[in-house]
Design a protein around this ligand. Structure first.
Ligand code: G3P
Length: 251
């Protein structure tokens, strides 16, 4: 399915996160309603080994409480309000599990799952995510990505048919990571920060048969610029705006 995405693809960053609290079911459902081509979401492990969907390593910013996700049980995480920080209209929205997300929207959108075990880079997140993808039979509807090379190598070995997206840090560190990991994993897409994207990078990436996806592109002029540079897709908080600008794209 990665190769059937429209160009440029609109990937809702943490769901339609301009319109609903990031990484919640309302944000994912809204992204689908708004016509996003794919949805990006972030996963990590709770203290009791459940795969939960939240970007930060702590719960502070998105719940108003304090603590590290990896030190809290699923029961505690589920009791938190992950909606009010965004808007009181979303009060009571929960931190979803990956199982809930796959169950609710796995058949309705293409998903980019980012493995965010950056606190504990050798934990069992890759095995648990691979099991869930297998259980829901969604190998054809997933793109896996991470800044953590160990997680990428492990999940690639478990799910060799699922495409890998190489998340690239900006600047020279990112270039090193690309060449190092690129030798170990046949990744399908490079996920670059907007500031690093040049027409030369677009050309070189596509000449290798890989897609170039750019994060995180929200301003109208930047969305337009990425479109004219020929990137394969953007991560955006605002699928509605991207759809307006990408109205004439190829399918
Ligand atoms: O996956 C693309 C983009 O989401 C990476 O940045 O900080 O949102 O995980 P971040």
């Amino acid at each position: 399915m990665l190769y059937q995405l429209p160009k440029p693809a609109i990937i809702a960053h943490r769901g339609a996160s301009l319109y609903a609290p990031e990484n919640t079911l309302p944000a994912f459902q809204l992204a689908i309603l708004q016509g996003a081509d794919a949805i990006e979401l972030d996963v990590k492990l709770s203290a009791d080994g459940q795969v939960v969907v939240i970007h930060d390593q702590t719960i502070d910013r998105t719940t108003g409480e304090h603590g590290r996700v990896g030190e809290l049980s699923l029961e505690v995480l589920k009791s938190l309000d992950a909606g009010s920080h965004f808007d009181i209209a979303f009060q009571g929205s929960q931190i979803p599990t990956l199982a809930e997300v796959l169950d609710n929207i796995g058949q309705r959108s293409f998903l980019n799952i980012e493995l965010t075990n950056y606190d504990k880079i050798t934990d069992n997140l890759p095995e648990k995510v691979a099991d869930l993808i297998n259980n829901y039979n969604l190998r054809h509807r997933i793109l896996l990505s991470s800044f953590n090379p160990i997680a990428l190598i492990r999940i690639y070995r478990l799910l060799p048919e699922v495409p890998i997206g190489l998340l690239s840090l900006p600047g020279k560190g990112g270039a090193w990571a690309r060449s190092f990991i690129g030798k170990l994993i046949p990744y399908s897409s490079l996920h670059s920060k907007q500031i690093d994207v040049t027409t030369e990078l677009v050309r070189r990436t596509q000449a290798k048969g890989k897609k170039l996806f750019v994060y995180t592109v929200n301003r109208e002029e930047d969305i337009y610029r990425m479109f004219t540079m020929g990137v394969d897709g953007i991560f955006t908080d605002d699928p509605i705006l991207a759809k307006q600008i990408f109205g004439v794209r190829n399918y």
